[in-house]
Design a protein around this ligand. Structure first.
Ligand code: XMP
Ligand code: MG
Length: 179
């Protein structure tokens, strides 16, 4: 385990198994559509997206969007900006947002509003992890990987100041690293 990690909350095997289950669920839910537009939110969702789309057997296109909420800090500023928009138009498309983590829900709510204005055919959300006690009403998640404690986590795409993003597990960051 990395020295900056307090403990492993979800190990690599569990992440992969749960991701497979979510992919199976998506395969059956979208069995009737001719294409899913996967909207992966950079940078955090890139690893989860990669594990997930490998297991999709319904036709899909992967596109990326970059949003910024936190900068290098572990506290919500409440401000969301689009850093990079999609390459593909999403009008009349079945859009599935893939995101790393849900905290307050502000980021996803913001994104949902933007995409709705583009007249999508349908819009669902797939999120790797949601923080416990934050099961707020801002957002409902269609496909959720894990509910985790309300601590700062890294790995599986999640980072602290861009560090520890590629750890293969979801780990709690030692508070001494960011306090
Ligand atoms: P909101 O509050 O908008 O936050 O739901 C979601 C965004 O905040 C980032 N976030 C985290 N990133 N470890 C991270 O690496 C965390 O523990 C964490 N909590 C929130 C994340 O970028 C997400 O898009
Ligand atoms: Mg981040």
């Amino acid at each position: 385990m990395h020295k900056d990690i307090e403990k492993i909350l979800v190990d690599e095997q569990s992440v992969l198994e749960r991701t497979k289950e979510l992919a199976n669920q998506i395969n059956s839910d979208y069995a009737h559509v001719d294409n899913i537009m996967i909207v992966s939110i950079l940078k955090g969702a890139f690893m989860f997206t990669s594990d997930l789309v490998k297991r999709l057997n319904v036709p899909h296109i992967v596109d990326f969007m970059a949003l910024s909420t936190y900068g290098a800090e572990s506290k919500a500023s409440g401000e969301v900006r689009v850093i990079m928009d999609l390459r593909h138009p999403v009008q009349n498309q079945h859009v599935l947002i893939v995101e790393d983590i849900l905290d307050t829900g502000l980021t996803l709510q913001f994104l949902e509003r933007i995409l709705q204005t583009r007249n999508v055919a349908s819009l669902k959300k797939c999120v790797l992890a949601q923080k416990e006690g934050k099961e707020n009403n801002l957002i409902n998640i269609d496909y959720l990987g894990f509910t985790i404690p309300d601590v700062w986590v890294v790995g599986c795409g999640l980072d602290y100041a861009d560090k520890h993003r590629t750890l293969p597990y979801i780990g709690e960051l030692k508070p001494s690293v960011y306090l």
